[in-house]
Design a protein. Structure first.
Lengths: 148, 148, 148, 148, 148, 148, 148, 148, 148, 148, 148, 148
């Protein structure tokens, strides 16, 4: 059995209330539920954290060193600004997948660049809640392959 | 009666000790007092929050969804860097006014651009403590007009 | 009693006919009237000038040296291009407030930067006609404080 | 019958004296004559204005609101610098065609970008005096189609 | 009698199906028909080529050396990227007119710059299918003038 | 049953011979086989095309209008340069998913930006051959949701 | 005897009142007087014009075609923005000297670049009123050499 | 005796586990111990704080106003992004030394620029744990000189 | 005996007709002949390909895997735009020499940068047809040294 | 009597042989002679140095501290690159005039910016050898005014 | 015992005469003396060189190959421009420490970037003469650690 | 018989000791010997100069006016920074070939651009010592053709 930390960045606690044409109609709780269902059949245990605090997200990533095999992260707005989050991901040396609900390449120009993507294994974006479900499958695939 | 959240960003707790030629001689408490006086006559109730934590400012904005009719915010240094704060303001969909004590256009070049202004209704800057008083009047005017 | 020059830049003579979702429904005359009402109670005398000619705006600012105590200016399109207007404001050494009807930070990217703002005391933007009314109050406050 | 304002920008009064390899050998008067001949057969009435003053060009565009159905403009040097002219064209909401005698794309790099083109219907450049004749036909075609 | 090559760039074969608010409602065949009608009266023979292959467009331009007197080209997306097309136009030394259906200056910023325009005689853009008709007249005018 | 076009861009025919640390050890044929297996259970029919010719890729996308419900594309090097491919995807108005074998965000800086991503629904990158398998699931999910 | 037009740009009418550490203590009248004295001994007749209107400066340059042998110009703020002034100088084909009171290279960065200098013979800057006197000598030297 | 606040930025709590070729083999505790030993002989009392929260670092700097004579700070990732930290350092007006374990000038280009360095007295970088020891000596030297 | 593929990019089929001051007077056939003569004495067999199609050039490079020991390529206009060609050269892992007839450093600024040069062994430019002859010698030298 | 150091930068020893349309026909010796003649009547003693070595020019400027009252310098190519020369001029705190034979604003773009001009009193450029003669008069004027 | 070359760049020979608020009051001789005192106790032998000639500094670094164990260098103005110095440091492969008297991050923007720092071990800046003393300790520490 | 000056720029005296994977294993003496051997058969006399001093390289180029028919130069680091060297090459008007040992296009980005290449006939780079041998052949070819 594998353990995976799921990190939700700033403002994602508001999901479901906020611009559904961009982010879909699911609440964060519903998304977590969808992920857990997908994970169950793959024998993956998920733990969830959401915070609007950059530092809290970093703390959560650090704490994952002791128990997690991989990370799924949607850094939201911090995607484009947080070198600290990038360094945190690089430091813990766990395979990490970056997820976005919307297609960040078709929004404002400043959202086109991800500071964090360079230290991740890969990215999945644009499929709203289903981006997360795909990430669960991707993480399963990565872990099944073993270290590279 | 209207309710308005007043958000003071990082380092503003030091007001009165710090570069009076830029920010004036008032402490944050005095500024809050000036605002409350102005608000009283206009039948506006103000609640104040100050934090140096980007995440705490975002949390406060989220919590305003349930009770506030508008927001007055001085994001201070986060004005120029915080996409997360911008997304928070955009998410809660409350009319928001950006305030600055100093004229940010006449300082360092990196302060000329505001990340948050685009999602606000308007900006008032350069009148020191009085910028906030004007913002109270502006918010009153906005709310009197009703939704647009 | 204080005297204040109010300078309206290019295309503002068309107000009321033009993009009301950006600029509101008031004509320039109505805006001037709103300002005069606000000024009356504050014992401020306003004189108005509007021109589409950059040179005429500069001439008006120069002529204000002899009688005005402050300037309220909406440089409109010249905000983003006119070094000459900037030098005029700097030359007469009168406290000047920059006003915009729309929130220039939420329009085209080239409108985000103001050439003139650096030599002004402060800026008020985004409240449509009410931006000017707030500017009258701001000018009153500045003059009440005396020279700094 | 349709009415069209033809606006000639700065330095075009010198046409015929000036760099014929770029602008051709015709004087401005001869160009106006060529346009009028083309317009006559199409039942279009043209009125011409030339000025070196940005403000005068804006005034002329404003005055066209009351009588013109379309505008043909060669903003000359103001093509590359005048946001005020751009706003004037946008304000009057008349279909406008931008014309250039020379091919501005094959001259100095700073002439490659047009500030005004974005608010026009289309552009015709590089055919010297004949650029204007084509513009008369284009305007006829636009007006024949009716509003879109 | 003059011979003119008309070159239609990538995706133009889809005209009529695709974004009519930008490109109008005509199919490519209809546009070719409109051009032929205009050309007939001016004693110009047109030959048409359309391809989505940059290389095929270059080949067509090369083959025109032996029979054509001028070229009318809408390089479509290659306008903004193809140095090879630019070199092809420059190599054959035939007077060339660049045509665009839409006003490229009012679309995405990367469409504002034309790589090919510098080696053309002139540009006509923004009049949808009628841009091509105007180009036929322009080519007639150019050829009537003889070499310059 | 749904039909999906799978488009492989330039140099992907060499897969398996080329930099396995970036692209994995699978040949293109093996990847196509993996995709077909995944698609079979989901009742999706895949058709594959690979070309090093930008024009041939555009032609293939155009031809998909008549039979395909969606597109999965790895534009490879054309990701970063081809406006023509972008226009092709936009023209056919089929939901399109961009796929990359490697994490393009962690390679040369010029690979960080995708010209084509803006007109796609979403992106999946960095999971080598498995990126394509995830894309099959994503396309299934999109089509199951119906038009949005 | 030679005739020279001296053109003073925007805000120079305020000289003597304005930032003496940058521009010196002389009024514009005094500067004109200093120039006339220098010119007298060299048998040069000077005519002066000052305007804050870009168009008026262009008009003055155009009118010089008929009588002037050379131009001395301080374009002031228009130095950095006016393509129209640049075109006017280029059009009249009179040898032109650009003058600045202050050393524009040691002020704000945007003043470092001159739009007009490229079409002038040379530049003299930084010697306050004496810059103009040197320009009279330079013009004398240029005219004594005859056409080149 | 002097009091000095030592501030360790985000991810530095992981030192010793993380990229030793960049940061050396010491844990943060060992570094603090090395600093304390150096400080003891110089009669300097050190207090240490580490946080991954930008706001917590700002709070710590504010609290130092009452008791510290100087600050030694390694802002880590916030070096390159935090205007808020920069403003905090500027506000408390204590002499501050910026320290880096690695030579930030020889890493990714975005690490070459420090937002915080401009408001510090000086910088020491590249000597791993020993950078901190040198900073203790530097702070001793600064304080021995008295205010400048 | 060694085998070398010689790749001529777009528009080079026109050599001899086109701008001889830049490219010399030789036709492509004559250049191939000069190369063959040089190669003969060095026991090198050359095969030539020319195409205006980016894809065809890539195909040719791929096919060289099976028989060639090295590549000499003049990518012409694709030098500055083709990431796909660059990836093709990198993929086949054959030593490749980039050749230019003209000195690309002394032409338009956009020709100064080569997208393909980074994945080549070296570059020879500016000697017109003789650039190719030097490349034959260079390839001989490279192959004589054996793998490095 | 005043003493002035005249510094000629790299390649100026070739004057008279080199591009007369840019630099005129005078040799360096002739220019020095012209300056000496002008200086004699003004009671100024000139000493000349020319070197192609940046370091030698700096040395000469340093040595001027003990005897010179001002410097006239034509830094030639070092104008655009030498921060060391700039620092040397700033260090010796002697009033310095920058001279150029040609109008550097009308040449290659990289010559438009002067690294050294910011630390000089003023600039004279474009009058060929006569630029130096004007500089002698300018230096006389500066010294006659006494320190400012 | 270790041998260390100390390299002082251009204009540093003037230390003590020049802007003491930036560089402190010590002459270069005094600084060398301070370093020697610090070095003596650490059993390090220092040799000093100062030159305003970039080439002379490179020569000195080359000559250090035969006898030095490390280099301490203040490249002064060459810090920001000299690729040649950078290559010299990289060539000799001796551990090198870059020193600056002033905090180069708080001066003109062009001084913020160091061309040479990337090939050094570390940097110490902002402590005036004491920067050099710290560098002696740092070099001692580096050499004590042995090769890494 | 022809005479050719061979100029070796900074740090090339260290060849053989320094990064052989970039520059090969030959010393400068060996390279000169290889060139002389190649030259002998072609009846070319070579003279060699190497210096780390930019000024000394310029002096050597100047002195070549009297005796050399062509120049072969490897400006090394000065390739990217020296406008003075560029002007020296342009001044002496001798055909000049730029040579590089390594492929400068595949190293640091700042080495991609050559300041000197624009004034040379051509460039040869990437073949280590053999780059120079090819340059001898190229120079022979250039001189055999006579002036162009």
């Amino acid at each position: 059995m594998a353990n995976v930390l799921v990190v939700h960045g700033p403002n994602l606690n508001l999901l479901g209330m906020r611009e559904p044409q961009l982010y879909g109609n699911h609440t964060l709780e519903q998304i977590n539920e969808m992920m857990s269902q997908e994970a169950e059949g793959l024998n993956i245990e998920l733990r969830f954290v959401q915070s609007n605090h950059e530092g809290a997200l970093i703390d959560a990533i650090h704490e994952a060193i002791d128990w997690a095999d991989a990370i799924i992260i949607n850094p939201a707005a911090y995607t484009h600004t947080s070198v600290a989050l990038r360094d945190a991901i690089a430091s813990v040396r766990l395979p990490t997948i970056e997820v976005h609900l919307s297609n960040i390449a078709s929004r404002e120009e400043f959202r086109e660049r991800s500071v964090t993507a360079r230290v991740c294994v890969g990215q999945i974006s644009g499929f709203q809640a289903y981006s997360y479900v795909l990430a669960v499958r991707a993480v399963y695939h990565l872990l099944a392959q073993g270290p590279q």
